[in-house]
Design a protein around this ligand. Structure first.
Ligand SMILES: *Cc1c(COP(=O)(O)O)cnc(C)c1O
Length: 467
């Protein structure tokens, strides 16, 4: 296995067993990754002229999709309708959405762009959910025309939907997003259920709960209730509490209505991901069992379920591979200047404490690099001093033309490119490590410099000149 170190407290130890007795898919995943890195060099995916490339492990994604299905099958009553809708923002790649769709997973979309990607992947209206907090009238009209599920964020959006429903028959299932205000996790920017979160109707605000109940009684077509109270840094117990709050609200509304008006609960996504080793924890099975313990009524068959997991389906299966362009020292500390920095690891570079990434070292042929660990910086190509993928990290000493791999970057990293310094978006390749060799499939072509000129106003070159 490649030399991987997260930080001095949590070195990677290879095979481990999860707390709930599941064997992590770690040795398998790490071995596949090492083979893919070697093959990426041999097959010319990474070269002096294309010095950064992104890789997605297809077997890993398939296994996460299967684990998600079986976790909820295990805890729901037979026949319970369950839609797992992948949060497209986590990895907006059409072939990936198509692969997930083949595994029975739909799409959670939050912009016209994400909806277009889901449609391009062939994901049907019945398996698509629209959730953005800032839907325009045109977006709402399109969603209703297509019949996709819509979760309203606030009273004003609900009034726009009222007008659409009055103007003609609408086949979309409609829900309302509520914020259970259960508090923050360890990363403020990703905590959706704080007292003052921008999302949904804040349920504990004065008069809010009564308003929500009345809003449902006034609208017999409002049949879903939505919350998303997780994301990286939020403990599972807190997520489950948020779900319980929403379940109890649904029970209250249905009792007031005297019928099962709310037939589906959308419990959002937000399962955190372990960025410290190859172990895949917490598992979907752990979370599903916790839901069963915390909110048994949710799973007894009276409600259909929608989930919206993003990061946990793909993060562990992505690797960014970058060449070391130069190796130098500064103030006595070795620095490897690579082609992976803020443009693909934006959160890590700007907030390294919340978003540490593991870095693996490989030699120029793509073989795991060995040698004594040396504290060094792994820098990116961008022109600001803080553009560091890892600071003071212990790794075999990186040299010119070596390769570094930023691990666990399948969600919100290379798929969420940041255009700083007009650096090109790297190509993305899916890989399958078959016994007879590693096969790559291009999922997104690398951006070209010509495209950057076009996207940067190249067609309007004279626009600011006096005629
Ligand atoms: C971002 C988001 C998700 C997915 O969150 P992950 O942490 O990637 O699982 C799900 N639902 C909504 C409404 C979101 O905004």
């Amino acid at each position: 296995m490649a030399s991987v170190q997260h930080n001095s407290q949590s070195p990677d130890h290879g095979t481990r067993h999860g707390a709930d007795g599941h064997t992590a898919a770690d040795t398998g995943a790490a071995a596949r990754r090492d083979r893919a890195v070697r093959a990426a060099v041999e097959q010319g995916l990474i070269t002096a002229t294309e010095p950064v490339v992104a890789l997605l492990d297809v077997a890993g994604i398939r296994s996460s999709a299967a684990a998600l299905h079986s976790a909820f099958e295990e805890v729901t009553a037979p026949g319970t309708p369950v839609l797992h809708a992948f949060a497209v923002k986590a990895a907006p790649l059409v072939p990936l959405l198509r692969l997930l769709s083949e595994h029975g997973i739909g799409a959670e979309v939050a912009s016209p762009g994400e909806l277009a990607l889901a449609r391009a992947a062939g994901i049907g209206a019945g398996r698509t959910v629209l959730d953005s907090p800032a839907k325009t009238p045109a977006e709402l009209r399109e969603a209703v025309a297509l019949g996709i599920a819509v979760n309203a964020d606030n009273p004003q959006e609900l009034e726009r939907i009222d007008a659409l429903v009055r103007s003609g028959p609408a086949s979309s299932p409609f829900g309302l997003r509520v914020n259970p205000q259960i508090g923050a996790g360890s990363i403020g920017a990703l905590s959706t259920a704080t007292a003052t979160s921008k999302f949904g109707v804040a349920l504990r605000d004065e008069g809010a709960r009564a308003w929500v109940v009345q809003a449902y009684l006034d609208r017999p077509w409002l049949t879903r209730l939505h919350t998303h109270s997780g994301s990286q840094g939020v403990p599972l117990e807190l997520m489950a509490q948020g779900v319980r709050t929403v379940y109890e609200l649904a029970e209250e509304i249905n009792a007031a209505a005297g019928r099962a008006q709310i037939d589906t609960l959308d419990i959002g996504g937000g399962l955190p991901v372990n960025f410290a080793s190859d172990e895949e924890t917490p598992t979907y099975a752990t979370y599903a069992r916790l839901l069963k313990d915390t909110v048994p009524g949710l799973l007894d068959g009276r409600y259909g379920l929608v989930t919206e997991f993003g990061r946990s389906l793909v993060a562990k299966h992505g690797t960014v591979l970058a060449r070391v362009e130069y190796a130098k020292t500064s103030g006595g500390r070795p620095i490897a200047v690579t082609h992976a920095g803020a443009q693909i690891a934006t959160r890590t570079v700007y907030d390294p404490v919340s978003w540490p990434l593991r870095v693996a070292a490989y030699d120029p042929e793509g073989r795991p690099k060995t040698g004594p660990a040396v504290a060094q910086d792994v820098a990116g190509p961008a022109c600001f001093a803080g553009d560091l993928l890892a600071e003071n990290r212990s790794l075999p000493l990186l040299e010119q033309d070596d390769l570094v791999a930023a691990l666990d970057t399948g969600a919100y990293y290379f798929t969420n490119h940041y255009a700083y310094n007009s650096l090109v978006r790297p190509g993305v390749h899916g890989f399958t490590a078959a016994p007879d060799g590693v096969r790559f499939a291009l999922l997104r072509a690398p951006q070209t410099v010509e495209e950057i000129v076009t996207e940067s106003g190249g067609a309007y070159v004279d626009a600011l000149l006096d005629d």
